[in-house]
Structure formats: C-alpha cells, structure tokens
Design a protein around this ligand. Structure first.
Ligand SMILES: CCCCC/C=C/C(=O)SCCNC(=O)CCNC(=O)[C@H](O)C(C)(C)COP(=O)(O)OP(=O)(O)OC[C@H]1O[C@@H](n2cnc3c(N)ncnc32)[C@H](O)[C@@H]1OP(=O)(O)O
Ligand SMILES: NC(=O)C1=CN([C@@H]2O[C@H](COP(=O)(O)OP(=O)(O)OC[C@H]3O[C@@H](n4cnc5c(N)ncnc54)[C@H](OP(=O)(O)O)[C@@H]3O)[C@@H](O)[C@H]2O)C=CC1
Length: 287
C-alpha cells in the first residue's frame, strides 16, 4: 500500500471478495458473528472474510444505506446472506434490541466483534466536555454495553462465547487523540479483567489493536495528517482492513481456543517506532 493520499480510502468489495486468506473456506461454517460497524472499513473487511469462511453474520451501524449496500455487495459477490440493523451502540435500548434480535434470528451467538468506534483529532488541552463525552460514550461505554449485554445473554442461556474488541495501539499514548486513548485503554483493561471473571462462564475476551490502517474512516482526517500515515511504523506502509480481519478470525476460530485476555497488536511495529499525529505534526516535533 502506498503512503500517497488516495482519492478513496479502503478496500473495494471486489478486493474483499477475492483477496487471499490463510484460512480454509469452511473454517467458520455455522458460526454466528455480530460485527458492530460492519458497513465500512475494517468491519466490512471482517464481514467479507467471515462470510467467505461460512459464518452467519449480523452487522450494525447508524446509517441504513451503508448497511444495505454491504448486504447487497456480499450477496452479489459471495452469494451469501447477511443481516443488519441500523442502530447506535451509544444507546442502551438499541444495544439490547440488537442483541435480542441477533440471538433470536441466529438461535444464539458465538462471537461478538466490537468494531464500531471513532474520534476526532484535537489537542487534549482544547477538548470540550461534550467532545470528550462523545468519544468516551462511543468507544468505552458503547463497547461495554455490547460486551456486558452479550455476556449476560450467554450466562442466562448457559452458553459460552467469544468477544473481540477493536481498540487501537495505545501503549505509548496517542498525541491529539487522548480521549480515544483513554477509552481504548479502558476497553483493554475491561478485557483483561472480565477475561478472568467470565472464564467460568466459558466466555473468552480479547482485543485487536491496529496501528494505521487504510479505511474509509480516514477521509474524516485532514490530508496533511493522513499523508504521513504510511510513515508511522518501521514497515513504512499502512495496513489494510484485511490484516485486521485475519487477526479477528485467528482469535475467534479454534486457533484461539486457549487465548483470552490477549491484545493482538496489528500495527507494522508502531509500538517500536513512529508517531501518528492525526491533526498534523506540531512545530516542536518537526525535524
Ligand atoms: C486518532 C488517530 C488514530 C489513527 C487514525 C485513526 C483513524 C480512525 O480511527 S478512522 C476510523 C474512525 N472514524 C472516525 O474517527 C470518524 C468518526 N468520528 C466521529 O464519528 C466523531 O468524531 C465522534 C466520535 C465525536 C462521533 O460523535 P457524534 O455524536 O457524532 O459527535 P458530534 O459530531 O455530535 O460531536 C459531539 C461533540 O464532539 C466534539 N467534536 C466533534 N467533532 C469534532 C472535531 N472535528 N473537532 C473538535 N471537536 C469535535 C464537539 O464538541 C461536538 O459538539 P458540538 O460542537 O456541539 O457539535
Ligand atoms: N483506521 C485506523 O487507522 C484505525 C482505526 N481504529 C479503530 O478501529 C475501528 C474501525 O475503524 P475503521 O474501519 O477505520 O472505521 P470507519 O470509520 O471506516 O468505520 C466505522 C464503522 O463504525 C460505525 N459506527 C460509528 N459510530 C457508530 C455507533 N455509534 N454505533 C454503531 N456503529 C457506529 C460506522 O457506521 P455509521 O457511521 O453508519 O454508524 C462504520 O460502519 C474504529 O473503532 C476505529 O476508531 C483504531 C486504530 C486505527
């Protein structure tokens, strides 16, 4: 992937339908997945991969049009049927309705993928209370409502399950994204805690932590910032939604059966070298 600023970010449906995968075609046959934010970006790559591997998939997002488009593309290119529901993970009533609808339609759920999220770039010193609250509500609270709601249903039905949440590489902090960094750290430590609490229930809980990934979501960021994203890790390129989708499958398939409380970092080495400045590099740090 080049580090140039493309006219359109992300993978095409045709690419997601044909990209090579290390997994065998029937790996997830009969497995039931719920992917939040499955209508674009990494979530959509997960949906295509899961459908290609035989899984039943429910997706959600706020925009019905994008969900319907994803459903028809999956049908047209893979011949598979997926389900969707327009909702916001920030609304607890809508979270309950989504989980109830999914368990009812599929007769249960095997893996919840918490992928929906986002933020805006800003220096922390300038955050408004409303802006801080919006990012925490989406990335920490919304993710938690989904985690807890799924776990309660599994417990009440006497069934186990798996949760994988898409967070971000936050070990070194993330300048101009302190709100999301705080929220993602919260999800990481929820994961590490409930992985223990919920082990007796047969529920595994993991995260994937991406670095800079080329998705449609990047169109919300200024070109002067995204132009640098191919240079924020030692590999000096961005990852793709497919890289993250394969990580989610690895944790969710039998390959992940003895993995819980884990954070699978998929960042091209950004933990070691490179800093994302989503609003642009301040003068002090320019070389
Ligand atoms: C951080 C860099 C990591 C590396 C690159 C990562 C990239 C990605 O993660 S891309 C994929 C994710 N997609 C996005 O991040 C884009 C989507 N972003 C959002 O949806 C918003 O940022 C959201 C989280 C705030 C959504 O909440 P919503 O309820 O829709 O928020 P509002 O638009 O109503 O705004 C509420 C409040 O938030 C403040 N605010 C929003 N945008 C900005 C901004 N661009 N700059 C500064 N402040 C912002 C503001 O206080 C808003 O209140 P009002 O001013 O009264 O509207
Ligand atoms: N791209 C990157 O480099 C990185 C991304 N991440 C994180 O990974 C996740 C996926 O990223 P990416 O694919 O780039 O994101 P995108 O912005 O491309 O996609 C986000 C998806 O989430 C949905 N969504 C957003 N808000 C809500 C909500 N309140 N309720 C339900 N669905 C919602 C969107 O649909 P709709 O707008 O219709 O609701 C969309 O389907 C996000 O959490 C992101 O912040 C982490 C590190 C790096």
């Amino acid at each position: 992937m080049s580090d140039k600023h493309p006219a359109k970010w992300g993978l095409t449906p045709q690419e997601m339908a044909t990209l090579p995968t290390v997994f065998s075609p029937d790996l997830l046959s009969g497995q039931r997945f719920l992917v939040t934010g499955g209508s674009q970006g990494m979530g959509k790559a997960m949906v295509f991969l899961l459908a290609r591997l035989g899984a039943k998939v429910m997706i959600c997002g706020r925009t019905e049009e994008k969900l319907a488009r994803t459903k028809s593309e999956v049908k047209e290119l893979l011949g598979a049927d997926i389900s969707y529901r327009a909702m916001s993970i920030r609304d607890t009533d809508q979270v309950d309705a989504l989980l109830d609808a999914t368990f009812e339609e599929f007769g249960g759920l095997d893996t919840l993928v918490n992928n929906a999220g986002g933020q805006f770039p800003q220096d922390a010193i300038d955050f408004t209370r409303k802006g801080w609250a919006a990012v925490i509500d989406l990335n920490l609270n919304g993710t938690w409502w989904m985690m807890q709601g799924a776990a309660q249903r599994w417990r009440d039905r006497g069934e186990g399950g798996h949760i994988v949440s898409n967070v971000a590489h936050v070990e070194r902090g993330m300048p101009q994204a302190a709100h999301t960094c705080a929220a993602r750290a919260g999800v990481i430590y929820l994961t590490r805690t409930v992985a223990t609490e919920w082990a007796p229930l047969g529920i595994r809980v993991n995260c994937v932590a991406p670095g800079a990934i080329a998705t449609e979501g990047l169109s919300q960021y200024p070109p002067e910032a995204t132009r640098r994203l191919g240079n924020v890790n030692p590999m000096r390129r961005m990852g793709s939604g497919w890289d993250v989708a394969e990580g989610v499958v690895y944790l969710s398939a039998p390959s992940g059966n003895f993995i819980t409380g884990e954070i699978l970092t998929i960042d091209g080495g950004m933990r070691m070298w490179g800093t994302v400045w989503p609003a642009g590099v301040p003068e002090h740090f320019q070389v």
